[in-house]
Design a protein around this ligand. Sequence first.
Ligand code: PLP
Length: 404
Amino acid sequence: MKVPLLDLKAQYQQIKKEIDETLIRVAESQYFIMGPELEKMEKAMAEYLECKYAIGVSSGTDALLLALMALDIQPGDEVIMPTYSFFATAGVVARLNAVPVFADSDPVTFNIDPADIEKRITPKTKAIIPVHLYGQSADMDPIMAIAKKHNLFVVEDGAQAIGVQYKDGKKVGNFGDIGCFSFFPSKNLGCFGDGGLVTTNNDDLAKKLTIKRVHGGQPKYYHKVIGGNFRLDALQAAVLGVKLPHLDSWSAKRRENAALYTELFTSAGLAAGEGVTVFDDKNKVLLPAAVYKSDSVKNYHIYNQYIIRVEKRNALRDFLLAKGVGVEIYYPVPFHRQECFSYLKYNMNDYPVADCCANDSLALPIYPELTTEQITYVVESIAEFVRTSDHLPLECNHCDCMKK
Ligand SMILES: *Cc1c(COP(=O)(O)O)cnc(C)c1O
């Protein structure tokens, strides 16, 4: 059986007629930059995300870059972020000649550990970028309390978490000064290429974001400030307009798929239980949990990725790929170990949880159109691996968790 990690064609088939009509409508209009399609999409996004302003931009990466530019982050300013995330989170900070400061992660949610943020604050710290990784919110209550106490900006990286609610129900993108989203095709809401969005509830920031999106010209050709070309195409906006009404049902399907994984792993005797962080039984699978260790309130997890943690991760990956199951390692190298950040001279022993996650996590297929048979096949394949892999060596070499 073939179980791809992602199957975008399956989604396109459901909405093909509407999408095709929309593409033709934009082609016939020959109106490609800004304009009514974008305005319509931005209005719908603001309504959906329950924020005052939603501004379409060229990508999730550019959303982050534009946000930092709007907040006037300067060379030498320090910006705290998780060391375990997609590269863009750190890349944008370094590109402004600001200093990326890395914090360790929470082993259950994979999100930034708020306690570790506070330890890394200095007089130069200007902002925090919590990432809502894999589709669940970072722990925003303590993060916002730290930001308030130290007078720091908060830019939420919600690239993997559009429509996600933090435990009290408020949607991500509404906690910090600016929220950033991506419409890269593999996100829960993807366009037909690159695209992104910034959100804010602050009038002044909305104005800055809007002006800097078009090179900082206000009026056009008169520049008090420097911006960039951070525009979103009309074509992408129109595609997103068609897809947005389906987003919640697609995310609900991902949640159902996750629940089925939990059920099947549990009945196969492989589940190590929710929120478990240590491999006390090396034949078990640590399942993703939508809960923080500080309390037991559930998050609304939309599973942009379904990440398990396993002993012998690389061997399992090879085994599953050979069986036709698409899997991926997100992210094998945390920022503090990236060659391009060696100039920052971070201590390699300072991030034990992130190192562990990088070494033992594996993404399984979770996209909405997966069938019960496919999910069953994935779990059965993992069960087969566990039965037959006793002779294989342990893999983790950065931390102690495997040795317990
Ligand atoms: C995808 C992603 C981005 C970047 O988005 P692009 O649209 O690909 O530029 C940023 N941060 C995180 C956490 C992401 O997953």
